[in-house]
Write a protein that binds this ligand. Structure first.
Ligand SMILES: Cc1ncc(COP(=O)(O)O)c(C=O)c1O
Length: 487
């Protein structure tokens, strides 16, 4: 039998070359990849090879042409979207799983860590009584939570929505600032994107409880199934936290599923100074959090938590298949009589969501939490919240800055102002373009109460106070130059 040459290669040596390339990248001395786009495109965008070059050359290409021309996202000064460079522990664990456990099922250490890390995550985020499942990101995590909500709402009517679909109009209540994956989830679940009833927010970007009450009241007795209320624990735009307690009480009074989207902001609960903002979380029927955001996991890891995973099972089971269930002992027969890891699937995560094949994500979360513990995560979250607060303070004090919204978490929305500049939206948009092109400090922009804001969102494990200082300095310097040109 012939073995592929690559499969006899020495991983230790190859990994160490990739490791050197990555260490170099992580110095962030390189220019933005777009400056040399023509070179790397010419090198990489070539016809399908009929003969392979061998793994040695592949590693060379990775180190020389691919890694140095990677994304700006891992830069510590990148504060645009809620995404970040993975920590080393996360990347190493993910590489280990790629080789040692390509699937999350079967009874082995990786399957166990799926379970252990979900429990750790729940405990760290103060939802320790809930059961979880991993998926690829907040989009899918919201989809699973709303799948459980759909199952719950229709079972109350004696109808199995997972098995039979839904034929009655449905409403999901979510604020104007909620993430648009809520709408998409509604579409995928067959209730339609327009099932989402958009509830107005107050000037701080939080769901207005009176508007929610009105919307529910208006639709009472209308024959519409009131399926879920979605609250945000940290909106994408500004980091606002909806009034969870009041919303949870409305959900309970009305027997409606209460979902909390904490994809970004749930780890904020680690900061005891703002923990009270999460009061009411204990009423949630489902909660999501994305380890690949603030916690620093490699991209592709979110967690959905529910009170009873059997609801997820009934919503998403693929139904028994001979090649699966027939191939292992049934649950009752498993431990302690199991004699081989292939005799059991472990926790059947593949029936709690929409993926059968799936990478082991638990090992990544386990590695990150084992590395720095809750204490380390708390320090990171507080550091980033402090940085947003620091920018806010500077924006209030400096005559050329204006704070547009008091930060709740690690996002601060502010803008440059100067006498004689009327069109501040266009001005700050241009300032932002220049800032990005300098390739050091890269916030995004957003609109806050109709005004264009510079919006740094601090979540990176490598991002610290020096980056908040540098961002402020750059905004003031570029703002001044631009203002002189503008007038
Ligand atoms: C609050 C919130 N929910 C959901 C999502 C979607 O997450 P993902 O990009 O991981 O699919 C995001 C993304 O930023 C988010 O901020």
């Amino acid at each position: 039998m012939q073995i592929d040459q690559a499969e006899t290669a020495n991983i230790e040596e190859l990994m160490s070359r990739i490791g050197s390339g990555l260490d170099q990248f992580l110095k962030f001395k390189h220019e933005d990849c777009w400056q040399s786009e023509a070179q790397w495109r010419a090198r990489l965008d070539v016809p399908l090879p009929m003969q392979g070059v061998g793994i040695d050359q592949v590693v060379n290409d990775l180190v020389t042409h691919v890694i140095p021309n990677g994304s700006a996202v891992p830069k510590p000064g990148f504060t645009s979207f809620i995404t970040t460079g993975a920590t080393s522990a996360s990347v190493l664990a993910s590489a280990a799983a790629g080789i040692a456990a390509p699937q999350r099922y079967h009874l082995n250490a990786f399957n166990l860590l799926e379970d252990v890390s979900l429990r750790w995550l729940a405990s760290m985020c103060h939802i320790g009584s809930m059961e979880g499942v991993y998926s690829s990101g907040g989009s899918v995590a919201n989809l699973l939570a709303l799948g459980a909500a759909r199952q719950f709402a229709f079972e109350k009517l004696g109808h199995d929505a997972g098995a039979d679909g839904v034929h009655i109009p449905v409403h999901v209540y979510a604020s104007a600032e909620s993430h648009h994956t809520i709408q998409r989830s509604a579409g995928v679940l067959g209730i339609g994107r327009r099932a989402t009833q958009v509830i107005a927010c107050d000037s701080q970007g939080r769901m207005r409880v009176d508007a929610l009450r009105d919307a529910i009241e208006k639709n009472r007795n209308s024959g519409i199934v009131q399926m879920a209320i979605v609250a945000s624990a940290g909106t994408t735009n500004t980091g606002a936290i909806d009034p969870l307690k009041e919303i949870g009480e409305i959900a309970k009074e009305n027997g409606i599923w209460f979902h909390v989207d904490g994809a970004y902001g749930l780890p904020g609960i680690l900061d005891e100074r703002i923990r009270h903002l999460y009061d009411g979380l204990e009423m949630a029927d489902s909660v999501i959090v994305d380890p690949h955001k603030w916690l620093g996991a490699s991209v592709g890891i979110a967690a959905t938590f529910v009170r009873d995973r059997q609801l997820l099972y009934r919503a998403f089971t693929q139904e028994p298949a001979d090649y699966l269930e027939g191939a292992v002992k049934q649950e009752a027969e498993v431990a302690p009589r199991i004699e081989h890891s292939l005799e059991g699937f472990g926790v059947p995560y593949y029936d709690y969501g929409v993926e059968l094949s799936s990478p082991c994500r638990g090992v990544v979360v386990w590695a990150m939490l084992r590395e720095i513990g809750v204490e380390g995560m708390t320090k990171r979250v507080k550091r980033h919240n402090d940085m947003a607060g620091y920018i806010a303070m500077a924006a209030k004090e400096h005559p050329n800055l204006e704070l547009l919204l008091e930060p709740t978490l690690s996002i601060c929305c502010f803008r440059y102002v100067a006498p004689g500049i009327d069109d501040l939206d266009s001005f700050n948009r241009q300032l932002h373009r220049r800032l990005i092109r300098e390739n050091q400090n890269m916030p995004s922009t957003t609109k806050v109460n109709g005004k264009l804001a510079l919006r740094p969102c601090f979540v990176g494990a490598r991002t610290n106070q020096a980056h908040a200082d540098a961002l402020l300095k750059d905004v003031l310097r570029i703002g001044q130059v631009l203002a002189d040109e503008w007038r």
